[in-house]
Design a binder for this molecule. Structure first.
Ligand code: ZN
Length: 180
C-alpha cells in the first residue's frame, strides 16, 4: 500500500509452498509499521501464520490485537500493537510470551522474517526504541524457532529503516547472528 509494489515475504511464502511443498509457514514482522499487506494476503489462509509487532496508533492504522484472521484463517494472524516509546521489554516480550507458545501449536516448516529496522531508536518514521543488541536477541529467538520447528530453515527480508546509520548498524547486528 505505501512503500512496496511487490510483497517479498508473501511471494517467498507462496514460492516455498508451490516449489517445495511446504504446508505451514511463519512470517514474523518487527517493522514499526503494521504489515497490512501481508495480513490482507493471508488473513483467510491457515497455512501462513502472520505475527506483527508495531506502533499503534500509527500508519497504516491497521493491526489491532483483535484482528486474528478470518474464516479458515482465524487464529493465524497475531497482532501486538504498542504505543510510541515501546522497546525491548514490549517487543521482545511479545515474541517470547506470545509468538513462541503459538508456534508450538502451529509448527512452521519455514520461518520468514520481515526485518524492518524502522523500529530502532532514532528512526524518523517510528517511535520505538529497539537497540542493535535487541535486534540481535530477536534474531537469536527466531533462529531458535526455526531450529526447533523448521529444520533451521529461515529467510530474512529487509523491510523498513529510514535512519541510514541506524539501519546499517541494526542490519549488521542481525546478519551477524544469522551467520554465527
Ligand atoms: Zn516500516
Amino acid at each position: 500500500m505505501g512503500f512496496c509494489i511487490f510483497n517479498n515475504a508473501a511471494i517467498a511464502a507462496r514460492y516455498a509452498q508451490a516449489t517445495y511443498g511446504l504446508e505451514r509457514i511463519l512470517i514474523a514482522d518487527w517493522d514499526v509499521h503494521h504489515g497490512n499487506g501481508t495480513q490482507a494476503i493471508f488473513e483467510a489462509d491457515p497455512s501462513v501464520f502472520f505475527f506483527s509487532t508495531h506502533q499503534w496508533p500509527w500508519y497504516p492504522g491497521t493491526g489491532a490485537a483483535a484482528e486474528t484472521g478470518t474464516g479458515a484463517g482465524r487464529g493465524t494472524i497475531m497482532n501486538r500493537p504498542f504505543p510510541a516509546g515501546a522497546g525491548r521489554a514490549e517487543i521482545l516480550g511479545a515474541f517470547e510470551d506470545d509468538l513462541i507458545p503459538a508456534m508450538k501449536d502451529f509448527r512452521p516448516e519455514l520461518v520468514i522474517i520481515s526485518a524492518g529496522f524502522d523500529s530502532r531508536r532514532g528512526d524518523p518514521l517510528g517511535g520505538f526504541r529497539l537497540e542493535d543488541e535487541d535486534f540481535a536477541d530477536l534474531t537469536r529467538l527466531m533462529v531458535a524457532l526455526a531450529d526447533e520447528h523448521a529444520g533451521g530453515r529461515l529467510v530474512s527480508l529487509l523491510e523498513g529503516g529510514y535512519n541510514l546509520d541506524g539501519l546499517a548498524s541494526a542490519t549488521a547486528a542481525h546478519v551477524k547472528v544469522l551467520l554465527d
